[in-house]
Each structure stands twice: as structure tokens, then as C-alpha cells.
Design a protein around this ligand. Structure first.
Ligand SMILES: [Zn+2]
Ligand SMILES: [Zn+2]
Length: 98
């Protein structure tokens, strides 16, 4: 687990803020079997995750060309930074490499 993770939830707007970075996260009824906190569904990667454990709760599917699983980072919090980077690059009209 990474250090100093600060998580705020905005369930009404389905936004999760992790260390000041926002990610779309739909709150689910279930809770994490490790830490007991609420888990969320991330639309970008079509997967449930626990932000507190920084773990995806589902395995990737078998399809190597899957548009969701193929680009999914190893840890959800990396997904958050990747997404923010993408938005930042887009806003600045910088061509994304890779
Ligand atoms: Zn957890
Ligand atoms: Zn998939």
C-alpha cells in the first residue's frame, strides 16, 4: 500500500478524490473483504476496486484485446494518476505519447 493516501468520497456525484486527484467511481453496496470499507466501480476500466487497499477486486478477462482490461494498470491508484495525466495532456493540447 502507498503511504499517506487521503481519500474523500462524493457519492452523490460519483467522484472519489484520492490525494487531490479525482476519479469517477460509482459506490457499490458491498464492502472490501480486506479492510471492510466501501468498494467502488470504475467506468474507465470496467472493474470494481478498493481505493483503501489500492486493489482491483476483479481479474482481467481473457481477451488480450479488451479495451478495458488491456489498458488497466496494475493498481487502481495508478489508474487515477494515468487518467489525470491524460486529461491534463488533452487540456493542454499536447499529443499523448503511447
Ligand atoms: Zn480494502
Ligand atoms: Zn476485459
Amino acid at each position: 500500500m502507498k503511504e499517506n493516501i487521503k481519500i474523500e468520497t462524493d457519492e452523490e456525484n460519483e467522484i472519489l478524490t484520492v490525494n487531490g486527484k479525482k476519479i469517477s467511481a460509482i459506490p457499490l453496496e458491498s464492502s472490501c473483504s480486506c479492510c471492510g470499507k466501501s468498494i467502488f466501480y470504475n467506468v474507465d476500466y470496467d472493474a470494481n476496486f478498493c481505493a483503501y487497499c489500492n486493489k482491483w477486486l476483479e481479474k482481467k478477462c481473457e481477451n488480450a484485446d479488451c479495451g478495458f482490461c488491456g489498458k488497466r494498470p496494475a493498481e487502481p491508484l495508478d489508474a487515477i494518476s494515468l487518467e489525470n495525466k491524460r486529461y491534463m495532456l488533452k487540456d493542454m493540447k499536447v499529443i499523448e505519447v503511447e
